[in-house]
Design a protein around this ligand. Structure first.
Ligand SMILES: *Cc1c(COP(=O)(O)O)cnc(C)c1O
Length: 214
């Protein structure tokens, strides 16, 4: 496997941006190689796989992110094993965090910014009410918003969808006096656009590597 870490970090050219490697493409050995190229933040989609990889890589100083949907019934297995959750969008899960997490968990509210039926997240119109409903859950440390743009080559659409999150950041500041600076946006196909919309966490997978042909 060939890793493009250096090239990608150069194209981002900003030390304040955290690159979270989407690890669904990698097994534990490949993750170890990727770590050795200079990536410490890893984001897994699935609970069981994250726990397995965590055991395999226990000797490394990794910051663990869960970036996929977390079903409430699986939450207790993982809640005290991760550093960041990118996919909070139900009150039920927030209550489970409150109940089970030992310390505060850094969470992004996932917002459904694309019009695709398959995408999860809070409807943009309901984000203010959702944040209000989370007040008082002190284990749920909301640090920012997360979104996934439509998978398209049309930059106008992607810009429009990311802009919704920037607008929401302003609305949240104005209405609730809460500053949510962190933004988890940008995947392989749109991370350069995400940077123009103040992304602070990029979740990158396929752009990081190429499989070597034998
Ligand atoms: C796979 C995945 C990514 C990264 O995808 P690429 O397009 O390969 O960069 C980012 N976020 C989530 C939630 C993912 O599942």
């Amino acid at each position: 496997m060939i890793f493009y870490t250096k090239k990608i970090l150069e194209s981002i050219n900003n030390k304040n941006i955290t690159v979270v490697a989407a690890t669904k493409y990698f097994n534990s050995n490949e993750m170890r190689d990727l770590y050795n190229t200079g990536i410490q933040h890893f984001g897994e989609n699935r609970v069981e796989i994250l726990l397995e990889k965590q055991a395999d890589l226990a000797d490394l100083e990794i910051t663990w992110h869960l970036i996929g949907t977390l079903q409430t019934k699986k939450a207790k297995k993982i809640l005290n094993s991760i550093d960041y959750l990118h996919s909070l969008y139900t009150l039920k899960l927030a209550e489970e965090i409150q109940k089970r997490r030992i310390d505060k968990l850094n969470c992004f509210i996932q917002v459904n910014i694309s019009n695709e039926e398959t995408k999860h997240g809070v409807n943009p119109n309901e984000v203010i009410d959702f944040i209000k409903a989370l007040q008082g859950l002190d284990k749920v440390n909301i640090i920012g918003l997360m979104g996934m743009a439509e998978l398209t080559s049309n930059k106008k659409i992607i810009n429009k969808e990311f802009q919704k999150l920037n607008d929401l950041q302003i609305e949240i500041k104005n209405k609730l006096n809460i500053e949510l600076k962190e933004l988890s946006i940008g995947m392989s196909n749109d991370y350069l656009i995400a940077l123009k919309h103040n992304a602070t966490y990029l979740r990158l997978g396929s752009v990081l590597f190429k499989k070597e042909v034998q």
